[in-house]
Design a protein around this ligand. Structure first.
Ligand SMILES: [Zn+2]
Length: 445
């Protein structure tokens, strides 16, 4: 009953109060997802022409940088677009004021900070319409996982927002309908409180950081709690490791929807109900995969991800190097949606560890492989502060033995070479970032 009221009464009322149009945008996006890929790409082409011209006209940074290259702001072909310079995190940090559109006053824009756990903290600005469209795109893909407006959800991540005013509490009860587990504070008592709350409130979806959901799943397994059955789980904000996905799905008895997004542009890609790759949000973005030599990665090949935001007029981001790596795809998804697929996210650039000879090792993939190959490891984190030294933090499980440790040592020695000093530390938890996320591999060199 409350779910119905929330969806049909409270949510629309809040929209009117906020002057927002998310429900209208959601309806539009739910329709466009079924368009042919070529139609969506044509729409993408029209939008990119507009945003590039807009940036050239209204943002001093693009105006001077593009003009110095002899570009007049008018795209005539996709090749023109691919010739545009790449925007780095450093460019954003050094030119923040000049990247903002002169058409907005600063106070009209919504700002957000990126975590900076990979080194460069950024402040970004969005216009209001962009925010609402982004929310609608996230809601569209939430629906692929079984969610609907008004449905009660459990959110599992670090530092959840605290409903500290009557207004926020009311909004949570009537509209957002969320129960939280703060993964910055996981212990038997907080898990038990969460389970009690779950049994009372009966949420139907789980949202959370992939590894945080995994930690909850492990606790439930240990406590032999078997009655927490959501209809869907959305794992976001960090890499979902295959071995962790298996544990989560077994404990909760439903499939995990893997999602990729970032603070800078919102939702980038998400699995649909087929779970066969991630559909790219090309309504709102151009997503490029670039190899080291600057050419486009072929389907199945790894590349650096560049993002062009087709929505944000407050602070346009054009060919922004987000410092993540992923694999494009040319497969068609059986669901019939026109949104193209990417195969997977490989990790952040800062997750790549270095061998003593300077060559790179994809840290997250290595952790994923090791968790599958060596029994006895519940969680693992690789930290590198020195070219010749690797610290491995291991949370053991009940199968842990001396063989676990020696197998792990051997495996890593083969990957990094005999010159690498590998130190294994047995610990009871992994470090989290200040935002409550986990990083499986951290290279500080
Ligand atoms: Zn699909």
């Amino acid at each position: 009953m409350l779910a119905w009221l929330s969806k049909n009464i409270f949510f629309p009322l809040w929209e009117i109060k906020d002057g927002a149009q998310r429900q209208k945008y959601l309806r539009e996006l739910c329709a466009t997802q079924w368009l042919e890929t070529e139609v969506l790409q044509q729409q993408q082409w029209e939008r990119v022409q507009k945003i590039v011209e807009y940036a050239f006209t209204h943002c001093p940074y693009y105006r001077s940088r593009y003009a110095s290259l002899g570009f007049d702001g008018k795209l005539r072909s996709w090749q023109d677009f691919r010739n545009l310079p790449i925007l780095t995190k450093r460019d954003i940090r050094d030119n923040k004021a000049n990247l903002l559109s002169e058409a907005f006053r600063r106070e009209e824009l919504v700002s957000a900070k990126t975590g900076g756990s990979t080194g460069t903290a950024l402040t970004l600005y969005f216009d209001q319409q962009c925010q609402e469209l982004r929310n609608a795109a996230a809601m569209r893909s939430d629906r692929w996982a079984g969610w609907d407006i008004g449905m009660k959800v459990a959110a599992i991540w670090g530092n959840p927002p605290v409903a500290n005013t009557f207004k926020k509490k009311l909004r949570n009860v009537l509209r957002d309908r969320v129960i939280y587990l703060d993964t910055m504070d996981i212990n038997d008592a907080s898990i038990q409180r969460f389970i009690d709350c779950w049994r009372r409130e009966r949420p139907r979806m789980i949202f959370g950081h992939a590894h945080s959901i995994y930690i909850l799943a492990l606790s439930l397994q240990r406590l032999k709690i078997r009655d927490l059955h959501p209809e869907g789980i959305i794992a976001t904000s960090m890499m979902l490791l295959e071995p962790e996905r298996c544990v989560i799905e077994a404990v909760f008895g439903c499939q995990v929807t893997n999602r990729y997004g970032c603070e800078e542009v919102g939702l980038i890609a998400c699995e649909c109900e087929r779970h066969a790759g991630l559909h790219l949000n090309i309504d709102h973005l151009i997503i490029e995969f670039l190899k080291e030599n600057g050419t486009e990665a072929e389907p199945g090949e790894e590349g650096d991800i560049l993002l062009t935001d087709l929505l944000n007029h407050g602070m346009p981001l054009i060919r922004y190097r987000v410092e993540d790596r992923g694999v494009p795809s040319n497969r068609k998804c059986g669901c019939g949606r026109g949104l193209p697929l990417m195969e997977r996210i490989v990790g952040r650039e800062a997750d790549f560890l270095k061998r003593p000879d300077g060559s790179l090792v994809a840290g997250v993939s290595l952790v994923e492989r090791t968790l599958t190959a060596i029994p006895g490891i519940e969680q693992m984190q690789l930290l590198q502060n020195d070219l010749h030294r690797l610290l491995v933090r291991v949370v053991p499980d009940s199968h842990f033995s001396e063989a676990t440790q020696s197998n792990l040592q051997n495996e890593l020695q083969v990957v990094f070479g005999s010159e690498m000093v590998i130190e294994i530390q047995i610990v009871s938890y992994l470090y989290q970032t200040s935002a409550g996320k986990y990083r499986f591999a951290v290279c500080n060199i």
